[in-house]
Design a protein around this ligand. Structure first.
Ligand SMILES: Cc1cc2nc3c(=O)[nH]c(=O)nc-3n(C[C@H](O)[C@H](O)[C@H](O)COP(=O)(O)OP(=O)(O)OC[C@H]3O[C@@H](n4cnc5c(N)ncnc54)[C@H](O)[C@@H]3O)c2cc1C
Length: 412
């Protein structure tokens, strides 16, 4: 069936918005991408791209570029305060040729943004979308006092979206009590540049080191270093924590961080990140659809944010090719993504209790339970499928054809 080309607006030029814009443009839709920043900047820390996200980037021809500036990650590992290995997940144990890529958010953004510009996506910068209103056919978008009308609008304006309220859908957003302090630092020889590593101390401390590839400004290999923090302790940390004591205690807990934390010269070097949990009954209403963090923001425990956003964009564009009616395409999109997205949301929320919470006992359970789960073939594979981004719900994977496509797609 041939479907008509549509005039589509996208709000927000993050991972979800840019990936959607590129794919829709490639399918000859007329796309206008609105971004509130005048000059989008290559900011943020490291992002872990999983096989699901890498597959989408490959399908739009950007995988080689991504790999050239990222660090190949072979394993996700975690140790407790005694140095015992608690988490030991190797991509190759799922499929021999799989891997993740640690990349600076700025590099991912720049690659997508430059590509969108090169192929001729209409990007309107410095325009904050304030309101959406329904027309007899399509929707109207109001930004900087100007009105624009479209056949459909994709809302990808991040976890703190101000436009998601225009969907007449039950929705809820709340801030997680735990966040992180992070900094990009120079790599050091003792850092394994092919593993995402964590160190846990009960449920009170979660320290992480993610190889992040080439820094967009310095051009040097870098790593993202982060230290989890309860958000109500943030002011105290900035105003009262003795930096040297903090550095020493981290180095004592996890010696690999010793030469990373010494690169932190003041409290202000550490940037605070907070996370929003977003839940929605479904992600579409009429000819509006919400994707990425705006639709299902969560904390980064499972390292899936950018991957879910990329996969959303891929599925959405796919549905728009299958159905001429926008409403049907958006309805199908919501239905197809439902169980996978709910799985990732609930799992992230649930796991947080075992890594960052005030229930210390859960830390002990994690330290004994996770290694046991990894010793059983079935649960180990489920954990790997989760990390790889191909879980389609509590039981099973994404629809078999899609899982096959993702996994085979990365084979060469
Ligand atoms: C500044 C920043 C830094 C981040 N750093 C990290 C990180 O270090 N590690 C990590 O794992 N994840 C990070 N993230 C989150 C990560 O980018 C997302 O989880 C993932 O890429 C999914 O992206 P998204 O496109 O759904 O949303 P986002 O990446 O949040 O993009 C949303 C975009 O919408 C724009 N926008 C918002 N409101 C409007 C509006 N009303 N009108 C027009 N434009 C609007 C925003 O400026 C932004 O460009 C960061 C996000 C941001 C915005």
């Amino acid at each position: 069936m041939s479907v008509s080309r549509k005039n589509i607006a996208i709000i927000g030029s993050g991972t979800a918005g840019l990936a959607s814009a590129i794919q829709l443009h490639n399918n000859r839709h007329q796309v206008t991408l609105f971004e509130r920043f005048e000059e989008p900047q290559a900011i943020g820390a490291g992002i872990l791209l999983q096989p699901s996200g890498l597959y989408v980037l490959k399908s739009i021809g950007l995988l080689d570029q991504i790999r050239s500036v990222g660090s190949q990650i072979d394993a996700v590992r975690g140790f407790n305060q005694y140095g015992k290995t608690v988490m030991d997940l190797w991509y190759r144990d799922f499929k021999r040729y799989l891997y993740g890529v640690g990349i600076h958010r700025g590099q991912l953004f720049q690659i997508l943004f430059n590509h969108a510009k090169e192929i001729g996506v209409n990007i309107v910068l410095g325009v904050e979308v304030e309101e959406l209103s329904q027309l007899s056919k399509g929707h109207e978008l109001i930004a900087n006092g100007q009105k624009y009308s479209f056949d459909a609008i994709i809302l990808s304006d991040g976890a703190r979206s101000k436009t998601r309220r225009f969907l007449r859908v039950k929705q809820q957003a709340f801030e997680y009590p735990w966040g992180a302090l992070w900094k990009i630092v120079e790599k050091r020889p003792e850092v394994n540049m092919h593993e995402l590593q964590h160190c846990f101390y009960k449920t009170k401390k979660l320290v992480g080191v993610l190889p992040t590839g080439i820094h967009p400004q310095s051009g040097e290999q870098c790593v993202s270093f982060y230290d989890g923090i309860e958000m109500n302790q943030l002011d105290k940390w900035y105003s009262q924590t003795d930096l040297t004591n903090w550095q020493n205690s981290l180095a004592k807990l996890w010696p690999v961080t010793k030469n990373l934390v010494t690169q932190i010269n003041s409290h202000e070097d550490m940037i605070a990140a907070s996370y929003v949990n977003v839940s929605m009954k479904r992600w579409n209403d009429r000819n509006l659809v919400c994707i990425g963090d705006a639709a299902h923001g969560t904390n980064p425990q499972l390292g899936q944010g950018a991957n879910l956003a990329l996969f959303d964009s891929w599925e959405l564009v796919h549905q728009l090719e299958l159905h001429d009616s926008i409403e049907t395409a958006f309805d199908e999109y919501s239905k197809i993504r439902m169980s996978s997205l709910k799985y990732y949301q609930y799992t992230s929320r649930f796991l947080t209790l075992f890594f960052q919470s005030n229930y210390s006992l859960l830390g002990t359970l994690r330290d004994t339970g996770l290694p046991m789960a990894q010793n059983v073939k079935f649960t180990y594979r489920e954990l790997l499928a989760t990390i790889c981004g191909v879980k389609g719900g509590w039981i099973g994977r994404l629809p078999a054809d899609k899982t096959r496509e993702v996994l085979r797609g990365l084979k060469d």
